[in-house]
Design a protein around this ligand. Structure first.
Ligand SMILES: [Ca+2]
Ligand SMILES: [Ca+2]
Ligand SMILES: [Ca+2]
Length: 225
């Protein structure tokens, strides 16, 4: 199998990680106050807030790698369309325009990693994670092994051209990312070879940070979407 097309790469980061219409977003206007929320609601809200902060850090690290890769002429922390086009020949001008919110002809970090990008990616990973736990946790201990995730069809890893994983074929990519992630205490914190709910989220953050964005495969029978 060949690597995924550049159009998919563009959707992963530069196009804003999906369509707002298909994903839920945090809606504070519907909440009267924290006093009106139950303990579980407050816990879930706090947990989501932490997850979003972690996702922002991962997306910013990935975007800084993109800057290092493409910001050349001049190297000024701003990505012009020509700089992106020079490194990614199929890069879309309409994607560029949609991200250039101040319309100055260049993309900066804050235009690439917006609150909406962070929300969409967080929600995406939560969905993929629950799909994986539902489908792959055969013994019901709410933990997944490297072998479980090796076979998972709930997500595909999409290597971006600035990623350290960019040169791997898709078949090798999953094995390599999983190997690196399970070896990291940032992911498998207790190093027991199994990922619980929080560790599983950390696994996806690990991939995002290194430019291997998890995406749901476009299959009609996908259990998640
Ligand atoms: Ca530049
Ligand atoms: Ca701009
Ligand atoms: Ca563990």
């Amino acid at each position: 199998m060949k690597k995924l097309a550049l159009s998919l790469i563009a959707t992963a980061l530069l196009a804003g990680c999906g369509t707002a219409a298909t994903l839920p977003t945090v809606n504070l206007s519907g909440m009267a106050s924290f006093e009106a929320m139950g303990v579980d609601d407050v816990t879930a809200f706090a947990s989501k807030t932490i997850m979003r902060k972690q996702m922002k850090v991962a997306l910013e690290a990935n975007t800084k790698a993109l800057m290092t890769f493409a910001d050349r002429d001049p190297k000024d922390g701003r990505l012009t369309f020509d700089e992106l086009q020079a490194k990614m020949a199929g890069f879309s001008r309409s994607v560029f325009r949609s991200k250039d919110t101040d319309n100055d002809g260049a993309l900066v970090l804050s235009e690439l990693v917006t609150e909406s990008t962070v929300s969409l990616m967080t929600e995406r990973i939560i969905r993929i994670r629950s799909g994986c736990l539902k489908a792959l946790d055969k013994d019901g201990d709410r933990q997944l092994t490297r072998d479980d995730l090796m076979e998972a069809n709930q997500f595909q890893l999409d290597p971006q051209p600035w990623s350290a994983y960019a040169k791997l074929e898709l078949e090798q990519l999953r094995a390599k990312v999983l190997k690196d992630a399970f070896a990291s205490k940032d992911v498998d914190g207790d190093q027991d070879g199994k990922l619980n709910n929080d560790e599983l989220y950390a696994f996806f953050l690990f991939a995002v940070e290194r430019g291997a964005s998890p995406i749901a495969p476009a299959k009609p029978h996908s259990p998640i979407f």
